[in-house]
Every structure is written in structure tokens, then in C-alpha cells.
Design a protein around this ligand. Structure first.
Ligand SMILES: Cc1cc2nc3c(=O)[nH]c(=O)nc-3n(C[C@H](O)[C@H](O)[C@H](O)COP(=O)(O)OP(=O)(O)OC[C@H]3O[C@@H](n4cnc5c(N)ncnc54)[C@H](O)[C@@H]3O)c2cc1C
Ligand code: FES
Length: 302
């Protein structure tokens, strides 16, 4: 896989899409290397900012050539200070990106039916994936959902990209009322898909993985864990994943993921280091005093 690069890019456009902002950035070097499922880490706040940590965004579109050397598009949902700043950038402004980062979705070995499931802005990386799958003669169907209609991403594009598109919203403001996981059994029956791919909030990924598992189908999920460095150094993004040898390891979602087999993630233990994980701290013997002190997350800004 190509090594990530740091690019001093330039914002080409920013436009509202429902509740989100779609940014297009001239980022030659990243666009050429990117594959579906990978992400970029974006510097926020400008040169004098105290926001030191980059913010991560799944790549929606990577176009290697064109009027500019290469462009990358990603979708921003405003969450905190960093995304708020990004929602205000203007064409012509500089933007520093590192990418492409993380593992891409793996392709099936032969043409099979694939069901792609997206939640909120998590639908964004599924469009490039759909194209890559179709280039391999896989049938592609899409199931996308969100809390409300303005938080759906790519509904119209989905209709152009996939064989069949099913939409859900929690409040029924578009498509079926309910979650993508509620509709998934029907969609698997109807489409006959043999492989499931999903991207969206963690509870959704867990639910989708469980349904796929109940049908005995492989399911790849692109997880979203909080990240500090995004390059495999700091261990803030770890989650417990069972390896082929049956051993649980704390996998770094920025470099070992974000794409994992759903069946290998220990969903009940996400956010913890299970005692049986390789390298987990040994609990103190009974009666031994616990020392206080600053942990790795103590203090500092972001
Ligand atoms: C692989 C990956 C892909 C992502 N793709 C998208 C996307 O396509 N569109 C989108 O809108 N958002 C995406 N996110 C989430 C996005 O990174 C966070 O919403 C963003 O970092 C929040 O920054 P903030 O300054 O607005 O919020 P703050 O809460 O102020 O952020 C403070 C710190 O926490 C981290 N953080 C907070 N929330 C999250 C979160 N949900 N995930 C990861 N780190 C977080 C930030 O990186 C920052 O270091 C993705 C996250 C990951 C890990
Ligand atoms: S974010 Fe630092 S190791 Fe993953």
C-alpha cells in the first residue's frame, strides 16, 4: 500500500449538502494513492491555532487528474470546534492534509452481490467502493439511513450508483421509518447479497455486523474511533479485535483499520482493554496499593 503524504492543499469549493458541508480540496499526491475506505487527517484552525490535533475524514471522492493535479472530497458534519472551523473555510484558502490513511475495504475474490450500508455521513466512502465493486462485476445494492432526512448523505447519487437503493430515517422523514439494521434482514433476503460493507456510527456497525453474522455473511466495517495522531503512534484509537489465531489484540483503528471484519471486533469491550487481550495490564494482587498519577489522557488541549 502507498505511504501517506502530507500535502499543502487548497480549498476548491465548499457547499452545503443537507446538514453537512462537502469540501473539495486540491490535494495531488493523496488523490492518486487513495482507495475506498481510507481517510485523510486534516489540520484545523489555521497557522496560529491551538488546535494541534488533526481531524479525520473518510475520503468521499478522490480524482487523480483534472484541471488541478488531483482532488479529494470529504464530508464534514459539524461536531465541535475543529469541524466548525472547517465548515467556514472558503475557496482559495490553504488546507493541510495527510493521507491516504488506514486500510481500504477489501474486494471480493470473484463477482458477488454486495450490500453497502451507510449511516449519516458514513455513506460517503461507500460510493467509491460501489464503483470499485462494479468494476469487478459485482452487483451493488445500497441501504442508507440517518436520524432525519437532512442527515442522509448521497441519496440521489445512490440511485445513480447502485442496483437498488433503500433509505431509512429514524423519524420517518424520508424512506422507511427505522434504522438500517431494522431493514437489513429484508434487504439481504431481497437482494441475495453475499457480502456486506458498512460505515457509520459504532452502534450501527455493531448492529449491522450482528445481522450479517446471523446470516453467516462476511461483513467489513469502517469504524470511527477518536483519533489523536492518526498514524499509529499514540494508541488513542485502539479497540479489541480477535486475530485469526484467536488472540485478542488492541488494534489501532488508524493503521490496522479503520476497516475491520465485524465478526472480529469485540463490540462489548470497545472502550476497554479486556484482561485477556495481548499485553493487557496485569491487575494488582489483592491488597496491593494502587498508585495515583496522570494517565496518558491527562491535561492538554486538542
Ligand atoms: C476514520 C474516521 C473517519 C471519519 N470520517 C468522518 C467524515 O467523513 N465526516 C465527519 O463529519 N466526521 C468524520 N469523522 C469524525 C471526525 O473526525 C470528528 O467529528 C472530528 O474529529 C471532531 O472534531 P471537532 O474538533 O469538531 O470536535 P471535538 O470534539 O472538539 O474534537 C476534539 C478531539 O476529539 C477527536 N474526536 C472527537 N469526536 C471524534 C469522532 N467522532 N471521531 C474521531 N475523533 C473524534 C478529534 O479528532 C479531536 O482530536 C471520522 C473519524 C474517523 C476516526
Ligand atoms: S490515532 Fe494515534 S495510534 Fe491511532
Amino acid at each position: 500500500m502507498s505511504a501517506p503524504v502530507q500535502v499543502k492543499g487548497e480549498v476548491l469549493s465548499r457547499r452545503r449538502v443537507g446538514a453537512y458541508h462537502l469540501l473539495e480540496v486540491a490535494a495531488g499526491g493523496i488523490a492518486e494513492r487513495a482507495r475506498p475506505g481510507q481517510f485523510v487527517a486534516v489540520s484545523v484552525g489555521g497557522r496560529a491555532s491551538a488546535m494541534l490535533l488533526r481531524r479525520s475524514f473518510a475520503i468521499y471522492r478522490a480524482t487523480p487528474t483534472g484541471a488541478y493535479t488531483g482532488t479529494v472530497q470529504f464530508v464534514v458534519g459539524v461536531h465541535g470546534r475543529g469541524t466548525e472551523w472547517l465548515a467556514g473555510v472558503r475557496p482559495g484558502e490553504p488546507l493541510d492534509l495527510v493521507g491516504p490513511l488506514g486500510t481500504p475495504f477489501r474486494m471480493p475474490g470473484s463477482p458477488v452481490g454486495c450490500l453497502l450500508v451507510g449511516g449519516g455521513y458514513g455513506s460517503a466512502p461507500l460510493f467509491g467502493l460501489a464503483e470499485a465493486l462494479r468494476a469487478r462485476e459485482c452487483r451493488v445494492d445500497l441501504l442508507i439511513g440517518a436520524g432525519t432526512v437532512d442527515r442522509l448523505f448521497g441519496e440521489l447519487e445512490a440511485k445513480r450508483t447502485a442496483g437498488a437503493v433503500t433509505v431509512t430515517t429514524d423519524d420517518g422523514s424520508a424512506g422507511f421509518r427505522g434504522t438500517v439494521a431494522d431493514l437489513l434482514p429484508d434487504e439481504l433476503e431481497r437482494t441475495g447479497a453475499l457480502v456486506v460493507y458498512a460505515c457509520g456510527p459504532m452502534p450501527m456497525l455493531r448492529a449491522v455486523g450482528a445481522v450479517a453474522d446471523s446470516y453467516g455473511l462476511p461483513c467489513q466495517v469502517a469504524v470511527e474511533e477518536s483519533m489523536a495522531c492518526a498514524i499509529g503512534v499514540c494508541m488513542t484509537c485502539v479497540l479489541p479485535v480477535v486475530g485469526e489465531d484467536g488472540v485478542t489484540r488492541m488494534a489501532r483503528s488508524c493503521v490496522d483499520g479503520p476497516v475491520f471484519d465485524a465478526q472480529r471486533v469485540r463490540w462489548d469491550d470497545v472502550g476497554t482493554v479486556p484482561p485477556d487481550a495481548l499485553g493487557a495490564p496485569v491487575p494488582p494482587a489483592s491488597g496491593e496499593a494502587l498508585c495515583g498519577g496522570a494517565g496518558p489522557g491527562a491535561g492538554g488541549g486538542t
